[in-house]
Ligand binder design. Structure first.
Ligand code: PMP
Length: 392
């Protein structure tokens, strides 16, 4: 049986593959510490769960409007105004089944075959695959530890071709935790305007920042009319399983995403949408306890990074990952196993220390390793102790 040639190169994300292998070890009774997955270890806050229970009792059991309940769109508009300093109309908002689907919808709607999309590395695993499934071609821009994993306009300029259609990045960044400054984003906004690019700005980690509040690129006049702002409730509200994401976008793109979605999912889960209204309207102080915990864990992880000689990295400013350069381990042998690249190292750490991580190759940077710190301090300390011992 021949499957579609569109899917020839499609693989499950490495994050999911690694999580699966860790599960197998767990099933064998091994004490596995899972630091490979990109989700908060917190449960959804009670006030959001209560809103969902109420929605069930109020019989929100019918098909919702394809692009989202009007009340949810209004809550999203209030959120954009409150946190990001720009305004959208309801016709510019589309609610989907997670930010992942929002990104998928966007690229399906904006790309024609052969269009190029600039993706600074390291990037979230799924971007390149979605671009390819949508007929586009990812064009990677390599950043470095020295550039704090950020792409400058000089680096981006080199990737421009007559076929460049769009640019996608996340800030705060998964996997590196870097956060672009206001000035850096303004330069990128001007760059996008100069080359007439669509900007896809993935802001899912927006609230998980440890310094200054992040800036949304659509807040710059040069960017507003050409930016699709991606966001969702998975990370800051600990709602990964509820599957709610959304875009704010130029009307033409939002309308196309609405039409596409009407033929694919008919819209996001109605109960989760009602709960999302309560979440988005809540004062941000309601979720601060999770961000405080992540910040504390970040300090703890940085202490370990200092102790593990073969790990080199700048301090992350957002999200909940460390992303050390581990190239100092390449060519060395640990427990009789030769490490030649980050894939080998990630597998070694799982096989010998029972800690799951993700090789940087999954994010387009094969000299690095992603370790999530969305786990308890006790688990983090134990995991890092095992890694330190293994790599000593
Ligand atoms: N963007 C980034 C950068 C992410 O890390 C993730 C989740 N790992 C997503 C988007 C997708 O989020 P959602 O759960 O809303 O689909």
């Amino acid at each position: 049986m021949q499957l579609s040639n569109r899917l020839e190169n499609l693989q499950p994300p490495a994050t999911i593959a690694m999580t699966q292998k860790a599960r197998e070890y767990k099933a064998q009774g091994k004490d596995v510490i899972s630091l490979s997955i990109g989700e908060p270890d917190f449960d959804t806050p009670d006030f959001i769960k209560e809103a969902a229970k109420k929605a069930i009792d109020e019989n929100y059991s019918h098909y919702p409007p394809v692009a989202g309940f009007p009340e949810l769109k209004e809550a999203i508009i209030r959120k954009f105004k409150r946190d990001n300093n720009f305004e959208y109309k309801p016709s510019q908002i589309v609610v989907s089944t997670g930010a992942k689907q929002s990104i998928y919808n966007t690229f399906q709607c904006i790309l024609s075959d052969g269009d190029e999309v600039i993706i600074p590395t390291p990037y979230w695993v799924t971007y390149a695959d979605i671009v390819e499934i949508s007929g586009g071609k990812p064009v990677f821009v390599q950043t470095t530890v020295e550039s704090k994993f950020k792409a400058s306009v000089e680096m981006l300029e080199k990737a421009i071709s007559p076929k460049t259609k769009a640019l996608i990045f996340s800030s705060p960044n998964n996997p590196s935790g870097c956060v672009y400054s206001k000035e850096e984003l303004h330069e990128i906004a001007k760059f996008a305007q100069k080359h007439d690019l669509i900007i896809v700005s993935d802001e899912i980690y927006e609230h998980i920042v440890y310094g200054e509040k992040m800036t949304s690129i659509a807040s710059f006049p040069e960017a507003y009319d050409r930016t699709v702002t991606i966001n969702g409730l998975s990370k800051a509200f600990a709602m990964t399983g509820w599957r709610i994401g959304y875009i704010g976008a130029p009307e033409k793109i939002a309308k196309a995403c609405d039409t596409l979605q009407s033929q694919v999912t008919s819209g996001a889960n109605s109960i989760a949408q009602r709960a999302a209204i309560t979440a988005l309207d809540a004062d941000l102080s309601e979720i601060q306890y999770m961000i405080d915990a992540f910040e504390k864990r970040r300090s703890l992880m940085m202490k370990w990074v200092e102790e593990i000689e073969v790990f080199k990295m700048p301090e992350p400013e957002g999200a909940f990952y460390i992303f050390p350069d581990v190239s100092a381990t390449f060519g060395k042998t640990y427990k009789g196993k030769l490490v030649q690249n980050a894939d080998d190292l990630s597998m070694l750490i799982l096989d010998e220390a029972y800690v799951s991580t993700v090789s940087g190759s999954a994010f387009g940077m094969d000299n690095c390793l992603r370790i999530s710190y969305a786990a308890s301090e006790e688990q983090l300390n134990e995991a890092m102790r095992r890694i330190k011992e293994l790599l000593a």
